[in-house]
Design a protein around this ligand. Structure first.
Ligand SMILES: Cc1cc2nc3c(=O)[nH]c(=O)nc-3n(C[C@H](O)[C@H](O)[C@H](O)COP(=O)(O)O)c2cc1C
Length: 204
C-alpha cells in the first residue's frame, strides 16, 4: 500500500491499456469494496456499479461510447450508476446504527425525516445527488486502482440512453461515468499540468 498523497499525485488518465490483461471477480470486488468507503449524503449510498469485463459486453459498451478503444482494451470498464431515489432506502440502511445503540430513536427518526424532507419533492436535488455520489465513487475507484498498480480512465464520452439500455438501468438510475481500469500499455501521456493553486483557491 502506498501513502494516499503519493497515490493522488501519481494517478493520471490512461488511454492505452493492455488488452490481454484479465481481472478476476475477486479483484474487481476488492476494488469496489474500497469504492464503498466513499461518503454520500445521509449515507444513502445512492449508486451501484456494473463491471463490464467480458469481451462481447465490452464491445457492445464501446459501441455506445463513441468507439473509445479503452472501453474494450481495459480489463474492466466500470459503469458508475447514480440512483435518484436512494434516500428511500435510508430506513433500512440506518437501522444497524439504531440497533447497535450508536444512535437513539430520535436521531434515527430525525435522520430519515430530514432526508425525506430534502429529497422527496425535489427531483433536481435527486438528480444532482445521483451525479454527485457516483462521481465521488469514481474517484475512490480510480485511486484504489492506482494503489493496486493499475491505471484508469474516466469517460463521459458516451450516449447515455445507449449505456442505460446496454447495462439495463432503471427509470431512477443515471449512467454517470464510465471508468476503465486495467494494466497500462506503453504510450500513455505523462501527468498533465494543473492551474496554479492561487487560481483555484481563495482563503477567506
Ligand atoms: C468526468 C470526466 C470525464 C472524462 N471523459 C473522458 C472521455 O470521455 N474520454 C477521454 O479520453 N478522457 C476523458 N476524461 C479524462 C480527462 O480528459 C482527464 O482526466 C483530464 O485531461 C486530466 O488528466 P489526468 O486524469 O491525467 O489528470 C474524463 C475525465 C473526467 C474526470
Amino acid at each position: 500500500m502506498t501513502d494516499a498523497l503519493t497515490i493522488i499525485k501519481s494517478r493520471t488518465s490512461a488511454n492505452n491499456f493492455d488488452p490481454t490483461h484479465v481481472m478476476t471477480a475477486a479483484e474487481i470486488e476488492e476494488l469496489v469494496s474500497y469504492a464503498q468507503e466513499t461518503p454520500t449524503s445521509f449515507n444513502q449510498q445512492n449508486w451501484r456499479i456494473v463491471a463490464v469485463s467480458s469481451a462481447d459486453r465490452k464491445a457492445a459498451l464501446k459501441a455506445v461510447a463513441y468507439g473509445q478503444a479503452k472501453v474494450s482494451d481495459a480489463a474492466v470498464c466500470f459503469v458508475l450508476v447514480g440512483i435518484k431515489d436512494g434516500y428511500k432506502e435510508l430506513g433500512r440502511l440506518v437501522k444497524p446504527l439504531l440497533e447497535a445503540g450508536a444512535i437513539d430513536q430520535a436521531a434515527y427518526d430525525g435522520w430519515i425525516g430530514m432526508a425525506n424532507g430534502m429529497y422527496a419533492e425535489n427531483t433536481q436535488l435527486q438528480h444532482d445527488e445521483a451525479i454527485r455520489s457516483a462521481s465521488m465513487v469514481a474517484m475512490t475507484l480510480m485511486l484504489a486502482a492506482q494503489d493496486k498498480g493499475l491505471v484508469s480512465g474516466a469517460m463521459i464520452g458516451f450516449d447515455p440512453a445507449g449505456v442505460a439500455k446496454e447495462v439495463g438501468l432503471g427509470a431512477n438510475e443515471l449512467p454517470v461515468m464510465l471508468v476503465s481500469v486495467g494494466r497500462a500499455a506503453p504510450g500513455n501521456w505523462p501527468r498533465k499540468p494543473r492551474r496554479a493553486v492561487s487560481e483555484q483557491l481563495k482563503i477567506v
